[in-house]
Design a protein around this ligand. Structure first.
Ligand code: HEM
Length: 333
């Protein structure tokens, strides 16, 4: 503890004040820079002061003309961070020598790449070589959450772009057939608790799934059941009707597909989760109470979701020479 009372001599007083000033500055600076070394809220203050605004305006404009893209941008950030960390590896195009992450079956329905390209072009004009594609993807996701009515949260910047994007790495994306224990284990490998995994799954308050992602629940389910017994009988008819239009037919993941709310969890309580990996969260005794909590208390879901997203945005972040700032998000420099 710093004592200001023990200062009888003027020289001593000046030294104490100096120490106090330095301590205060330290508190200010460390409050400003969160968590990971090298990432900070004001990372682009000197090199590209309007970066945040350019991302926000461009993303908001795109979402005004197509609100369904909010879901796409949030999913893009998740699929980026889970493979090789949040390093924009998801944006790299395949070449004749390399099939990239984005061409994996798990990523074929990702959308919104052109929004990231649009932001990047503007930022390269304003401040060439300054803003990483990884930061743009992360900032676009926060903008999308808020646009859709979810919580506002700011993220530290300074992620560098990676140089590796390989289809085989995407084996580590969670599949829709996983049960709660498998999901807990998989998210646990990235440092998330079961509660954080359930909160992050709440991103399924937005968007759609294609029939191919849930049709295995509708027939030949397992050795004892033809149909997944955890589906409500009425909702089963809805899913079957969707699938009658083919593998690519889309089913909204909750009843308010463009609004960020806790309806997803209410739907799980009604046995009307679209994916097996959604409904399992209400089946497992480890996760069911968390689903009930978020269904009952949307504010609690919002707080937990924003904290878990912030944590996700730090996953295996590359700093300094471990990465680069790509000139074009679709290829390494
Ligand atoms: C818990 C494990 C998860 C599994 C198994 C999973 C799986 C899936 C699947 C299969 C789809 C539908 C894809 C399609 O049919 O085209 C989907 C959609 C989506 N996922 Fe997940 N997901 C998980 C977690 C997450 C997380 C953590 C986020 C974001 C934080 C997220 C965001 C989304 C969004 C927003 C969509 C809708 C995309 C759109 O409409 O374009 N998911 N997910």
């Amino acid at each position: 503890m710093l004592s200001l009372q023990s200062t009888s001599k003027p020289g001593h007083m000046a030294t104490s004040n100096l120490v106090l000033v330095i301590m205060l500055m330290n508190i200010l600076v460390s409050g400003w820079r969160i968590g990971v070394d090298g990432l900070s809220m004001d990372y682009y203050l000197m090199t590209c002061p309007f970066a945040d605004g350019v991302v926000r305006n461009t993303v908001n404009r795109a979402l005004q003309s197509d609100p369904t893209l909010a879901a796409a941008l949030i999913r893009m950030h998740f699929h980026d961070c889970f493979i090789q960390g949040c390093d924009a590896s998801i944006l790299i195009d395949s070449t004749k020598d390399n099939t990239a992450e984005k061409d994996s079956p798990a990523n074929l329905s990702l959308r919104g790449y052109e929004i990231i390209d649009d932001v990047k072009e503007q930022l390269e004009e304003q401040c060439p070589g300054a803003v990483s594609c990884a930061d743009i993807v992360a900032m676009a996701a926060t903008t999308a959450v808020f646009f859709a009515g979810g919580p506002y949260y700011d993220i530290p910047k300074g992620r560098k772009d990676g140089r590796r994007s390989r289809i085989e790495d995407t084996i580590n994306l969670p599949a829709p057939g996983l049960n709660a224990s498998e999901l807990i284990r998989m998210f646990g490998q990235h440092g998330f608790t079961a509660q954080e995994m359930v909160a992050l799954s709440g991103a399924h308050t937005l968007g759609v799934a294609r029939c191919s992602s849930f049709k295995q629940r509708l027939s030949n389910f397992d050795s004892t059941h033809d149909v997944d017994p955890t589906i409500d009988t009425q909702f089963l008819k809805t899913l079957s009707k969707t699938c009658s239009a083919g593998d690519n037919a889309e089913q909204p993941l909750d009843t308010t597909r463009n609004i960020f709310d806790s309806d997803y969890y209410n739907q799980l309580q009604r046995k009307a989760g679209v994916l097996f990996s959604d409904q399992t969260l209400f089946v497992s005794p480890r996760t069911k109470p968390i689903v009930n909590g978020y269904a009952f208390n949307q504010a609690m879901f919002f707080v937990d979701f924003q904290q878990a997203m912030l944590k996700m945005s730090w996953l295996d972040v590359k700093e300094g020479p471990k990465g680069e700032v790509r000139a074009n998000c679709r290829k390494i420099n």
